[in-house]
Design a protein around this ligand. Sequence first.
Ligand code: 6R9
Length: 657
Amino acid sequence: MTDTTPGGLENLLSEDRRFPPSSEFAAQANVHRDAYAWADADRPAFWAEQARDLLDWTTPFHEVLDWSGAPVARWFADGRLNAAYNAVDRHVEAGRGDRVALHFEGEGGDTRTITYADLQREVSKAANALAALGVETGDRVAIYLPLIPEAVFTMLACARIGAPHSVVFGGFSAEALYSRIVDAEAKLVVTADGGFRRGAASALKPAVDEALAKGESPVEHVLVVRRTGQDVAWTEGRDVWWSDTVDTASDEHTPVAVDAEHPLFILYTSGTTGKPKGIFHTTGGYLTQAAYTHKAVFDLKAETDVYWCTADIGWITGHTYVVYGPLVNGATQVIYEGTPDTPHRGRWWEIIEKYKVSILYTAPTAIRTCMKWGEEIPSKFDLSSLRVLGSVGEPINPEAWVWYRRVIGGDRTPIVDTWWQTETGAIMISPLPGVTTTKPGSAQVPLPGIAATVVDDDAHPVPDGSGGYLVVTEPWPSMLRGIWGDQERYADTYWSRFKDLYFAGDGAKKDDDGDIWLLGRVDDVMNVSGHRLSTTEIESALVSHPWVAEAAVVGATDETTGQAVVAFVILRGDAGGGEQSADEVQTTLRNHVAKEIGPIAKPRQILVVAELPKTRSGKIMRRLLRDVAEHRQVGDATTLADASVMDLIAQGLSAPG
Ligand code: 6R9
């Protein structure tokens, strides 16, 4: 990563477009430049002030940070609070019960408007039902639901009782669900008959039945929401309908105050190999940073903004920026069940026009997909309500960033490229929209109160202009408190690579201003003839060509060069890319990469594909592409959002031409 020879990282760093905030935006922004100095002067004091300011505590805290048990932090540990009370009840008590909390848009066009007062009743009913099913403070609950209001009600009902939830992606297999249920020893599973995806009802309950038939399980009950009306198999005594238990329960429930360090949730992330890691977060510190970052990074004005984060609740972005951050801040938000192209490719933009969404938070993969579909689609809708755009999940290529700002943001909106992880719980590195002069493709600066840098192999901070590994150098409130049931693995995975530094697993580079550019996971770094190349770098070069909508690059074993660059590209329908022969595409794009980065970075092979394999959170599964590139049997594809994509790629490669 420290290599700056040809093929190094010069391409991204030569990105010299700059976008300062407008003076109008800067003047009205929630957070100003002085926040950095204030936080630097006394980091724990800064967070303590946020915790007092943004949350209501039933028992105020006096201790701020206890790092004596490092690497497990304790924040605000002698305080007590309830997460659901903070997300719901206090807004109603303050006279804001009529404010819309959720504008739910079903894929088929059904809608529900849920105010904070409604939310209080729904969450209370669900909490009473959970308690009646035997769930007590400290018990774990698995949630396997589509993105429907009941998913939010259930998460908050768990929080209300102090029962940590473990949300499992609706797209995950029965096997994945079973291992997560067993690992967390969940007593209850909350699911639905099914959900709507791509215009059809897709079943969920059968996967729960299959999971629970796999062996011994701690599950006592399965609570089932009726969403699609599909037939479901039923196990008497174990399965109960939401309509029979929750809808009939009392809508009054007293939230259980818990210690600040009481676990709020477990969320499994797929490690590169082996058993998934149950990342667990606690209550006080997590909520503090969720609320602060949501307000600071998106400049949220709760009275007037309409916020929309397109993430599924099955990943961390859905936890922090659909459920906890926005609701603790009393925001009005949109949640949408379906896919962006159902029933047509303008669905997202139609939703933005309909609800006058002012803040949009989505992933680079979605932006690149929209680029591929062509800008005439969003251009048909009125997107003038938008005032802040966010990106998360992967490095965003400069071209995609610029397209996002121009086509979706009307050349007007600040873009916040937010770097963080399931483990960090909340945003760590991001521009502040009223402060930072943004650079397309860079997450830029640690937020006020966050200390992160880039180090070399020996843990020394690299000078500006060099690359290395991203680390966090001081504890932060929403940091993971460990891996559920395996604290040794926690220390090994994150704290053993560099002494006393949190190792994020991402490669990064500092530019000449000291701004941080994320370069992808360190395992995505290739070594071609001794030159270190980042996948992100080459992908960005490819996407900067007008024919290319999306690109994924992998390093395939090569007899002569050690590794060789193999690129998979999706061509843009609207830019002439579709009309070229395969040979012409190869030659043109190889030369383009050579020109942008250097001949060393030229892909050995460029394969045109219709889709790329992605997880439901939008991350490209390069491991599977590497299998294709190295002519191996394709490995475990169970966490793909759409498992048929690998078949399509294989077919496309064997087809003539
Ligand atoms: C929130 C989330 C974490 C990994 C992380 C990094 C990548 C996320 C990014 C980004 C570059 C950004 N990542 N945001 N890379 N720029 N703005 O995605 O959590 O699913 O745990 O993934 O995602 O590689 O290490 P999670």
